[in-house]
Design a protein. Structure first.
Length: 359
């Protein structure tokens, strides 16, 4: 007699195995990394750059809150059979686990577009809006709307999604969910790849040394780790096609569905942390620019100022986050008539740069 509606377990299955603790550890580890990245991002904006929080920063916060909710669902799911073989999980617990999975999928469909949109708005803040970025916005919005609608109408009634194992005759699923999961994940990887490549040609057009261009491109391409996590997630989803062991298989899917957006948040925050890194290096190793600024501050105040706008990013910091105003201060104008009849003009200049955050 079968222990559950899922039939008999395959020979050799260790029914005592429980991956709940492993699942929680993996999800919590990457969540901590995302928490640190978001915290450093806001510290950089407030304390290092002293600028207002931009739209891309707030959207990252929204994605972080969604990831936090996903973490909670993963931990709670462990108490309802997630990470255990379905043949030892009471049917009532399977229903609860499927209810958690339903909410989890909705959160995933919201979280991923938020991260993508934050990255696109960050690009806009640096380079300005381009047709390619608008295309990425269209893909992101299309991904969100299509996945949300397709998932909400997959079962009739909606509650049949989590009651289908306890009450097989209580409703119906309009289509097989396995192709939806795989198609959702594949579309996610494709849009990730496109968004990753958007800044590369823009960076390559900047007036900077080739080594700086390569380093900047490397930072943007760190988002490739998200694509790797997405591919691994697809791999574990493929086991759903031939096995009814939904609570066991979904344990790995939950892991990578949490790891992927957490890494995505980290990668979205990394380019914004360069001013913090520069500040840290200056504090530890010293900065000739800062020493020069301190020496210059002791000179008498300026009698005349000339402001020159440099709208095009020229160096590493500017290409990441800001343009600069160059303040040329001129003082101490003095004319001397030499013995040979020539006029000598003695002028003191002081040049200082002030950062202006791109809005």
């Amino acid at each position: 007699m079968a222990l559950s509606p899922f039939g008999e377990p395959p020979p050799g299955t260790d029914l005592s195995a429980d991956h709940g603790s492993r699942n929680n550890a993996a999800v919590i580890t990457t969540f901590v990394l995302a928490t640190i990245a978001v915290g450093l991002r806001f510290y950089t904006r407030y304390r290092v750059q002293s600028v207002q929080i931009a739209a891309d920063d707030w959207i990252v916060v929204g994605a972080f809150l969604a990831v936090t909710a996903s973490l909670i669902l993963t931990v709670v799911g462990g108490y309802h059979g997630l990470g255990k073989h379905v043949w030892i999980v009471p049917i009532a617990e399977v229903v609860e686990m499927m209810r958690i999975l339903f909410v989890y999928v909705l959160l995933y469909v919201v979280t991923v577009p938020l991260i993508k949109l934050s990255i696109i708005l960050f690009y806009r803040r640096i380079f300005g809006m381009t047709y390619t970025m608008w295309f990425c916005v269209f893909l992101t919005a299309g991904y969100f709307i299509s996945c949300l609608v397709a998932f909400l109408v997959c079962c009739r009634p909606v509650s049949y999604y989590w009651t289908q194992y306890a009450e097989p005759s209580g409703g119906q699923c309009v289509y097989d969910l396995y192709p939806f999961y795989i198609g959702n994940a594949a579309a996610n990887v494709a849009t990730d790849g496109i968004i990753l490549l958007v800044p590369i040609p823009l960076v390559w057009k900047l007036q900077m040394r080739k080594t700086q261009k390569l380093l900047l491109c490397g930072i943007f391409l760190l988002g490739g780790f998200v694509c790797i996590a997405s591919v691994i997630r697809i791999y574990y989803m493929t086991f759903l096609k031939n096995s009814p062991d939904v609570t066991w298989i979904m344990g790995d899917v939950f892991i990578w569905s949490s790891v992927e957006p957490s890494i995505g948040i980290v990668c979205a925050c990394l380019p914004t942390l360069h001013p913090l890194l520069r500040s840290f290096i200056a504090r530890v190793f010293g900065s000739s620019a800062e020493r020069y600024a301190e020496a210059s501050s002791n000179q008498e105040s300026a009698t005349k100022k000339i402001f020159v706008r440099r709208p095009t990013p020229l160096d590493w910091d500017e290409s990441l986050l800001s343009t600069h105003d160059v303040h040329v201060e001129m003082s101490g104008l003095k004319r001397d008539h030499g013995d040979d009849g020539k006029i000598t003009v003695d002028t003191h200049f002081r040049i200082a740069e002030e950062s202006n955050q791109l809005k």
